[in-house]
Design a protein around this ligand. Structure first.
Ligand SMILES: Cc1cc2nc3c(=O)[nH]c(=O)nc-3n(C[C@H](O)[C@H](O)[C@H](O)COP(=O)(O)OP(=O)(O)OC[C@H]3O[C@@H](n4cnc5c(N)ncnc54)[C@H](O)[C@@H]3O)c2cc1C
Length: 538
């Protein structure tokens, strides 16, 4: 009874607060108004949730930092949210949308916190802003007879892999190689992994979704219609609504798979082998994924350094079959039986994820990244092999940086069979491989300008060897150098500067969907899809 009367009181107060905004902000902190609004809008849900404000510095900082992957965006100068709200139920997410909207608060959504430019927890264009952190919504239900799984947005890729493997040794799901990504943000951008040549991307294997839209409604695939369901599968996070959970169609994996890593230095003919790899890797058996991790042998600029190219691979089959394929298709790598490690599919997840050999799979349940750095990254797609002279020039730039890092991921196979417009992710047929460039450092702002300038130089150099018109980029490797929404202004022209690179002509359809489902541009960030109805934000 007492509960009901206090609820009624809070509802009356809320109406009062919301109907007189100037009085509200002058007399009561906006945080309080927001919390009251949440209470009122969560009446039928579990009553508890967690929220954090800068008033309690220790708890606030700990939650903010908990999944934030790029330390560059945790520097004291990075804008901080006014509130971090951690919902415990779907109703809380609906309440957060309704209340942010009513109180005109900008809302950022975070699942796993791996956004390269931190748009899930930092706003460079609006203040104040609220972070909705979905890390407590991480339930996973695997249904082997149906061959599907539901995974809530805050679940990590590693947790999903672990739970699938608990139920079956012959099922898996093709998404990220890194095991701490949140499926909420990861799948919205495409989600590639070591089974992409056989099964395509995460988005190619998603069959349903639950999402909260800009009106606070929960929609599934049927309720939202195919257009919005299309946009969610690759159109990038934070533009259309809040993903609560994805329904994944599991894929069949063999009980035994094989992994290997073979490294070649410049002295061991790395340049020539890499030149060959460019044409070979995208045309090998679909079950074989051989990426190349390219580093410097030492971080000491004055040392006698070389470039190391590590061929890090998964084959969905046994080592005998693999050796046969490699002997015919890629003998230049010189793969031997001793290099091959036979394991389970979950074992391959740990191996490719970089965990030491004896790590128990339960490490995946911690949902924690293996590394955290200050970093800046960029991406490219390559359609014609880079000539040897191009690679030699690349090594020269490599030697100017302490910890240069690139990963080259082969395409072809299933990636080339999915039409460019089937999902917003357009980098399909004709793509040989994708490059990710990364500069990392550990000393905060001290050396930051130097590393940022190095990666720009590297990117400029590579311009003549990669895709053109547009120079394509991967939306999940968000790069704000490609352009960003200006404070308060919605410009289609501006958004085109990154939109066409991430989505090619699918960008037009994404804008149409956005304009229909979120005409007021409630879901927005530095690189969100613009609505044609809004020129100026509120
Ligand atoms: C170390 C590392 C390894 C990576 N490895 C891979 C890889 O192997 N394959 C690959 O494809 N990518 C990889 N990525 C990129 C990764 O897919 C993206 O950074 C992805 O956006 C991360 O999702 P998240 O939920 O962890 O991030 P978040 O920072 O939480 O979110 C990313 C974006 O999605 C939005 N978003 C988050 N949750 C939701 C939601 N529930 N509903 C709607 N929008 C939401 C955010 O607002 C933000 O725009 C890697 C990134 C890192 C840092």
């Amino acid at each position: 009874m007492a509960f009901h009367s206090s609820l009624l009181l809070s509802q009356i107060l809320l109406l009062f607060f919301i109907s007189s905004p100037s009085w509200t902000s002058a007399t009561y902190p906006i945080q309080q108004t927001f919390f009251r609004c949440l209470s009122t809008n969560s009446v039928n849900s579990v009553p508890l949730w967690s929220y954090y404000t800068p008033n309690n510095v220790t708890a606030f900082t700990s939650v903010l930092n908990s999944t934030a992957n790029n330390l560059r965006y945790l520097l004291p100068t990075a804008p901080k949210p006014m509130i971090i709200f951690t919902p415990l139920s779907e109703v809380h997410v609906q309440a957060a949308v309704l209340c942010s909207r009513r109180l005109r608060l900008a809302l950022r959504v975070r699942s796993g916190g791996h956004d390269y430019e931190a748009v899930s927890y930092v706003s460079q264009i609006e203040s104040p802003f609220v972070v909705l952190d979905l890390s407590q919504l991480r339930a996973i239900e695997v249904d082997i007879p149906q061959g599907t799984a539901w995974a809530q947005a805050g679940a990590t890729t590693g947790e999903v892999y672990y739970q699938i493997a608990q139920k079956s040794k012959v099922h898996g799901f093709p998404m990220g190689l890194c095991t701490s990504l949140g499926v909420g943000g990861h799948i919205t951008g495409g989600a590639y992994g070591s089974m992409m040549r056989k099964f395509g991307l995460g988005v190619d294997n998603v069959v349903d979704v639950r999402m909260v839209d800009a009106k606070g409604r929960i929609l599934d695939r049927k309720a939202m219609g195919e257009d919005l369901f299309w946009a969610l599968r690759g159109g990038g996070g934070g533009s259309f609504g809040i993903i609560l959970a994805w329904k994944l169609k599991l894929v069949n994996v063999p009980e035994t798979v094989t992994v290997f890593t073979v490294t070649k230095t410049l002295e061991q003919g790395a340049t020539e082998v890499l030149y060959k790899w460019q044409n070979i890797a995208p045309n090998l058996d679909d079950r074989l994924f051989i990426r190349v991790i390219i580093q410097a042998s030492s971080a000491d600029l004055t040392a006698n350094r070389t470039v190391t190219t590590s061929y890090n691979a998964l084959f969905l089959g046994d080592s005998d079959t693999l050796l046969g394929i490699m002997g015919k298709g890629f003998p230049e790598l010189g793969l031997t039986r001793a290099d091959c490690v036979e394991t389970s599919w979950l074992g391959s997840v740990l191996y490719i994820g970089g965990y030491p050999k004896t790590t128990p799979p339960e490490v995946l349940l911690q949902g924690k990244p293996l590394f955290r750095n200050y970093f800046k990254a960029k991406s490219d797609f390559v359609r014609t092999p880079i000539p040897v002279e191009g690679l030699l020039g690349l090594w020269k730039i490599y030697f100017e940086e302490e910890v240069p890092f690139m990963i080259w991921n082969p395409y072809g196979g299933a990636m080339a069979r999915v039409p460019e417009s089937a999902t917003p992710f357009p980098h399909r047929r004709g793509t040989l491989f994708k490059i990710q460039y990364v500069a990392t450092w550990q000393d905060g702002t001290q050396s930051m300008a130097r590393h940022m300038s190095w990666i720009s130089k590297l990117y400029d150099y590579m311009g003549s060897y990669v895709s053109k018109n547009p120079r394509e980029a991967y939306v999940n490797y968000r790069d704000l150098d490609l352009g960003m929404n200006k404070k308060g202004v919605n410009s289609l022209m501006e958004a085109g500067s990154w939109g066409f690179r991430y989505f090619k002509s699918n960008f037009y359809r994404l804008v149409q969907v956005k304009t229909r489902v979120d005409p007021d541009n409630f879901f927005r960030h530095e690189q969100s899809i613009p609505s044609l109805h809004v020129k100026k934000w509120n």
